[in-house]
Ligand binder design. Structure first.
Ligand code: PLP
Length: 261
């Protein structure tokens, strides 16, 4: 499997807005926000960045030239897997335009007061949590790189990551998200997931969470024949969202699950 995905940003000149995401789900590829903004602005195109994987504690795209930033509050900002929400940040004029041209009709219900309370409480510990998520993820990325069952690891702050230099320029730490591939393929990945003690699906939570994109795609294919995975994502790809547990517990669990694969 390869980690060759580079740009999923697709400037649509009619709308004069370029959407991009960095780090990119699920491979943790990195896009150069400053370079995208410079090229887009030269053509009068505004740049929006989905910065959910990094959170504002690690990456602030507006400081690198982006015009709009999107965050899923459901993930790191709330951080405890108990509320849904989203945030769109940018200058008042742009946000007003988005709001008046349909945003309020497609974003669902207004945030409940209780969700707002939980998200604001989560926000207080965001920078502390992101330090721990990042430190544990880097330790786990190194462990996985050295493991014989693992074919490749993608984590923005690893020396082997092709865009490490860009990641270090625009992020203060690597976040808790990493992806890895297994020599044992899809069946091996499923065996590993079944053996794990700590884990479930999603990301950006206090608990370590794991996701096998190929198993979701296979399930979708039973109702939609054309369901397929993003270019560059192999059937053996596993996405890990490293939680706040003691890193030695996470590593012990991964090691027993990877044994003899
Ligand atoms: C989950 C996620 C979203 C969507 O957020 P919800 O709060 O679940 O609707 C958007 N972007 C990224 C990168 C995500 O991980």
């Amino acid at each position: 499997m390869t980690f060759r995905i580079r740009a999923i940003s697709t400037p649509r000149s009619r709308r004069k807005r370029a959407w991009s995401i960095s780090p990119v789900n699920p491979l943790s590829a990195i896009l150069d926000i400053a370079a995208i903004a410079e090229r887009a602005h030269a053509h009068g195109v505004k740049v929006a960045v989905d910065s959910t994987f990094a959170s504002p504690a690690l990456q602030r795209p507006i400081e690198h030239g982006a015009d709009i930033v999107l965050h899923s509050l459901t993930k790191y900002i709330n951080g405890h897997g108990n509320a849904l929400g989203g945030a769109l940040l940018g200058d008042a004029e742009t946000l007003h335009t988005l709001h008046e041209t349909g945003l309020r009709y497609i974003t669902g219900a207004t945030l409940s007061p209780h969700s707002a309370f939980l998200i604001l409480r989560g926000l207080k510990t965001l920078s502390l949590r992101m330090e721990r998520h990042s430190a544990s993820a880097l330790t786990i990325a190194h462990m996985l790189e050295a493991h014989p069952a693992v074919a490749c690891v993608s984590y923005p702050f690893l020396d082997s990551h092709p865009d490490q230099a860009i990641a270090r320029r625009q992020m203060t730490q690597g976040s808790g998200m990493l992806a890895f591939g297994l020599h044992a393929g899809f069946d091996g990945a499923r065996t590993m997931l079944n053996r794990l003690q700590l884990l479930a699906v999603s990301l950006g939570d206090t608990d370590t969470l794991i996701y096998l994109p190929a198993s979701i795609t296979r399930a979708r294919q039973s109702i939609r024949k054309d369901a397929h995975m993003v270019l560059g994502v192999g059937e053996d790809l596993v996405r890990l969202s490293v939680g706040l547990e003691d890193v030695s517990d996470i590593i012990a669990d991964l090691r027993q699950a990877l044994q003899n694969l």
